[in-house]
Ligand binder design. Structure first.
Ligand SMILES: [Zn+2]
Length: 166
């Protein structure tokens, strides 16, 4: 825990300085090996960025021979690390509160919806259904917002581009 806090402080002074203990290499693409068929596939561009941001929801990647391949069945050719393990390791670099955004945001927006329902009801006219609807809208908006915002905030917190991290 202390290591994480220290490295966060250090890297905020210099956006290019990686979290301590992390080796980085500027790269535009990377090659992974599909263990099932032994084929190597190079990933670059937007697909690369989406794959390596550990908070993007990625169910599978593509093997250029077989098509969809699970992240547990592909490993980086340069380090040998399985991509699903790699993403889990990257998640550990991110502050805990970022991890809980899809829970925190719905709670906040749901509570706001409840307050809005009570305020608009104007006293005795309190309508349980309308208030419930506001709460539900707040909850759903919070969940969606959480999943959209989290990958961005995670990258912002770590600073080093994910694709540079070995
Ligand atoms: Zn394959």
């Amino acid at each position: 825990m202390n290591d994480l806090e220290t490295s966060t402080t250090v890297s905020s002074d210099n956006p290019h300085l990686p979290p301590s203990g992390i080796s980085v290499k500027p790269r535009k693409s990377r090659v992974y090996l599909h263990s099932t068929c032994g084929t190597q596939t190079e990933v670059d561009g937007l697909e690369f960025d989406q794959l390596v941001n550990p908070y993007n929801v990625v169910i599978a990647t593509i093997c250029c021979k077989c098509g969809p391949a699970s992240l547990g069945a592909v490993s980086w050719i340069d380090t040998g690390e399985v991509v699903s393990d790699y993403r889990a390791r990257l998640r550990s670099l991110v502050p805990t509160w970022v991890t809980f955004l899809p829970i925190l945001l719905p709670l906040c927006l749901g509570a706001l919806g409840g307050i809005a329902g009570i305020v608009t009801a104007q006293g005795l006219d309190f309508d349980m259904v309308v208030t419930g609807l506001y709460v539900a809208v707040g909850l759903v908006a919070g969940v969606l917002l959480g999943f959209v915002v989290r990958p961005m905030l995670a990258q912002h917190a770590v600073k080093t581009p994910w694709r540079f991290i070995d």
